[in-house]
Design a binder for this molecule. Structure first.
Ligand SMILES: Cc1ncc(COP(=O)(O)O)c(C=O)c1O
Length: 353
């Protein structure tokens, strides 16, 4: 297999340039506002805090502890601990999955716009990347006939982000079923068996700093390959991160509820601003997730505007161009942040427009 350099990850380079500038107001993130360690520990009594302080900071097991894997499995309706491998965020899960599935002459299908890690890794491994363009006029949902034409006998992976980031569109169960039936892998016994789900503590819970993600699948042969590949990436997750992830999952609803309430209020504010813009701004209202993909007037250079807002107003947005030049009229707005911050940031953007 021919290896290439990893291409520049435009989105992450954008964040690297601006996200940690002091005073930056982040309206570009794809998750909710973060949780503090104190908040997590206070969800339980002194006994949990004591256990955390006594936690051994040695290596932990490569697949993740049985109890954390079971807690993650409980987020699904039909999985158990054996169907899970914990990773360092979804980032490592995607990396290992691509590394494990790579083979000469194979291809993968991705949606566009798409988070850049899977296509970037595929490109570095010499795997052909086929793209299924999503369009605002289709509600940012995949055209299944076009997808069917892209898939062939050498397709190793159809990579779908659901809810879709940045547009917030969701797939129906029928659409998922339809897509699974297009995949002509000889080992398909039933549609569920070959599905791989990647998730993380970042998006729903606001715990990106724990670096805990996972791969879930009934294909245990694939999970074993992922564990073997992990011997070369991080070997295991961080012990404190895993402890706190398990604690958070015991109180999942309590952590998510205020974040969803803030996101819904922010999304309503954004909807109002778009309605009042009399056609200057347009979108397909996101059905889920914490991001919206908003189209701005054609005469503007959006990337230059975002750069100016970050430098001069300390307001961070994500220009659609990081997803490819066809999205240069769009901006990703993250509405998972604190409502006061969102209101302030939105006002700054509207004023600039
Ligand atoms: C679609 C998508 N996948 C993966 C990631 C990486 O997630 P993690 O923080 O779990 O590594 C992100 C981060 O924003 C993302 O938006």
């Amino acid at each position: 297999m021919e290896l290439h350099q990893l291409p520049s990850f435009l989105m992450e380079r954008w964040f690297a340039e601006f996200e940690f500038v002091p005073g930056m107001r982040n309206l570009a993130a794809s998750g909710p506002f973060a949780v503090t360690t104190r908040e997590l520990l206070e969800l339980e009594g002194a006994e949990t805090t004591a256990r955390y302080l006594e936690l051994d900071l040695d290596y932990i097991e490569n697949p993740g502890s049985e109890s954390l894997r079971q807690a993650v499995a409980n987020q699904y309706t039909t999985l158990d601990a054996g169907d899970l491998r914990i990773t360092s965020g979804a980032s490592e899960a995607l990396f290992l999955l691509m590394w494990t599935m790579a083979a000469p002459g194979m291809n993968i299908v991705i949606e566009e716009p798409c988070y850049g890690s899977v296509p970037g890794i595929a490109q570095s491994l010499g795997i052909e990347v086929r793209t299924l363009s999503l369009r605002q006029e289709d509600g940012w949902r995949p055209d299944l006939e076009q997808l069917d034409r892209l898939i062939d006998g050498k397709t190793r992976l159809v990579y779908l982000v659901h809810p879709h980031n940045p547009t917030g569109s969701v797939l129906s169960k029928e659409e998922m079923q339809g897509i699974a039936e297009m995949t002509p892998l000889p080992s398909v016994v039933d549609v569920i068996k070959d599905a791989v789900s990647i998730g993380d503590m970042t998006k729903p819970w606001g715990l990106g700093g724990l670096r805990v993600g996972w791969v879930a699948s009934r294909r245990h042969d694939l999970l074993d390959l992922i564990s073997s590949s992990r011997d070369y990436s991080t070997m295991c997750s961080s012990a404190p991160g895993s402890f706190l992830a398990e604690l958070a999952l015991r109180h999942s609803a309590q952590i998510i509820a205020p974040r969803l309430a803030a996101a819904r209020a922010n999304r309503d504010q954004l909807a109002e601003a778009i309605t009042n813009s009399q056609g200057a701004l347009s979108w397909r209202r996101p059905a889920a997730g914490y991001t919206a993909f908003v189209q701005l007037p054609a005469h503007l250079s959006i990337t230059a505007l975002c750069r100016r807002l970050a430098r001069e107003q300390r307001l961070l947005l994500l220009p659609g161009e990081v997803y490819g030049s066809v999205y240069e009229r769009f901006v990703r707005i993250g509405f998972g942040c604190d409502p006061g911050l969102f209101q302030e940031g939105l006002a700054t953007l509207l004023e600039a427009l």
